[in-house]
Design a protein around this ligand. Structure first.
Ligand code: 6PG
Length: 478
């Protein structure tokens, strides 16, 4: 018996993907650096399907049908290169190496190009859904060459999550496109969690609503337009009481958020692309600030807030829901806009409707909203920005008064709402007729002769600031 796919790296994610493949009827060859993990998996779950136990990469490769498919699930970075280096001499042209970890898309581009020279396919695959998703059906975002997808696609589609029967897996684009899209998914995940956190903070700090009661509010919200996995699990976490202290579980957690790097990568890439992804950036910075515990302790004693009291409107809880919804839409709009910019930069034909459709089930940001995002980008009339799609323009217009009230209230009470407020600033910036960027251009021209364009004439100009202040036509140095 030969295996249809081999999996190397059997920590939880790798093990669960291997089990998912086997449960779907594929024969899976297993390999791990230490054989104990392989044996543990076989002992516990060997009955779930057809597995082949292998003790070395050579044995793994020998056990595979051709063209071979080897899925790597090891820590991103050097470990991936190390496994690739060991595998390459054992493989033949047309064989496929699949990297299903959270690798940086630039690494994936580099690896794909290097392996293509050897006639091998390298496919960077974004996989989302955590441990449970890997086992029961994740959202899958494969990059690499289109040809590799012919052999790999049916398998990945079979093990992926399904949204109303549709597989949450489709070929995203060449080389690192899959990992890029997964990275942006994670950036949006950061923003989603941050806006949930801001809603929780405002409800608690401004309106005094305790976690258990908030759990009911989030459960209610989960029935409407905010319906999503993250809102659902927010209710679960807020409802939980710590058995050791009998306090709300959220109160015994140290308030410093960790991060493995994908959110940060998204922001670095957004900056490089010149894409105004402020919601994701503020979410990453908010995690950074939360982790500066020493400074925060000093500041709590030293820095004054001068908060003023605010009378909350009756509609406050609903206001917060709308602020959360509007900010969430802005984060998605920014993420999608960034994908558009990346498609141009890297020559990918990213289909934004399809990407939104893959995120409707299986992944961490799965949400009702994504079905609407998909519909907004489907068809000929693709909006220049998600916010301009009629359904979203209307939804935001309805939310704006409440959104402004919540941001104003939070500002007056000294409650930080970086994503609520920066998303509102993005929205207002986008719709504003004249931006102070005009003044920025004037300043740049004065101190650095950086030139400017006029609203009333074609061409590029410079004012001779240190001379007679007459204007000359200039070479564009924008
Ligand atoms: C997923 C998640 C996952 C990510 C974790 C942790 O889609 O399944 O995005 O890939 O690694 O959520 O991310 P942070 O540690 O950076 O929060």
């Amino acid at each position: 018996m030969s295996a249809q796919i081999g999996v190397t790296g059997l920590a939880v994610m790798g093990a669960n993907l291997a089990r998912n493949l086997a449960r779907n009827g594929y024969t899976v060859a297993l390999h791990n650096r230490s054989i104990e993990k392989t044996d543990a998996l076989l002992e516990k779950y060997g009955h779930e399907g057809d597995f082949i136990r292998t003790e070395s990469l050579q044995e793994l490769v020998d056990s595979l049908e051709k063209p071979r498919r080897v899925l790597i699930m090891v820590k991103a970075g050097k470990p991936v290169d190390s496994v690739i280096d060991q595998l390459v001499p054992l493989l033949e042209p047309e064989d496929i190496i699949i990297d299903a970890g959270n690798s940086h898309y630039e690494d994936t581009r580099r690896r794909e190009a290097a392996l293509a020279e050897k006639g091998l396919f390298f496919v960077g695959v974004g996989v989302s859904g955590g441990e449970e998703g890997a086992l029961l059906g994740p959202s899958i975002m494969p990059g690499g060459s289109r040809k590799s997808y012919e052999s790999l696609g049916p398998m990945l589609e079979k093990i992926s999550a399904k949204y109303k029967g549709e597989a949450c897996c489709a070929w995203i684009g060449t080389d690192g496109a899959g990992h890029f899209v997964k990275m942006v998914h994670n950036g949006i995940e950061y923003a989603d969690m941050q806006v949930i956190g801001e809603a929780y903070d405002v409800l608690r700090s401004a309106a005094g609503i305790e976690p258990a009661e908030q759990a009911d509010i989030f459960t209610e919200w989960n029935k409407g337009t905010l319906s999503s996995f993250l809102i659902e699990i927010t209710a679960e976490v807020l409802r939980h009481t710590d058995p050791r202290s009998d306090k709300p579980f959220v109160d015994i957690l140290v308030d410093s958020a960790g991060q493995k790097g994908t959110g940060r990568w998204t922001v670095v890439s957004a900056l490089e692309l010149g894409s105004p992804t402020s919601g994701i950036a503020e979410s990453v910075f908010a995690r950074g600030l939360s982790s500066q515990r020493e400074q925060r302790l000093l500041a709590q004693e030293t820095l004054k807030g001068h908060e003023s009291s605010v009378e909350l409107p009756e509609s406050f809880v609903e206001d917060v829901r709308l602020a959360l919804y509007a900010s969430k839409i802005v984060s998605y709009a920014q993420g999608m806009d960034m994908l558009g910019a990346a498609a141009k930069e890297y020559g990918w034909e990213l289909k934004l409707d399809e990407i939104a459709s893959l995120w409707r089930a299986g992944c961490i940001i799965r949400a009702e909203l994504l079905d609407d995002v998909m519909k907004a980008y489907a068809g000929e009339d693709r909006p220049a920005n998600l916010l301009l799609a009629p359904a979203f323009a209307e939804a935001i217009a309805e939310a704006v008064p409440a959104w402004r009230r919540v941001v104003a209230t939070a500002v007056q009470l000294g409650i930080p709402v970086p994503v609520f407020s920066s998303s509102l600033a993005y929205y207002d910036g986008l719709r504003r007729k004249r931006l102070p960027a005009a003044l920025t251009q004037g300043l740049r021209d004065l101190f650095g002769a950086h030139t400017y364009n006029r609203v009333d004439a074609e061409g590029t100009f410079h004012t001779q600031w240190s001379g007679d202040r007459s204007e000359i036509e200039a070479v564009d140095t924008h």
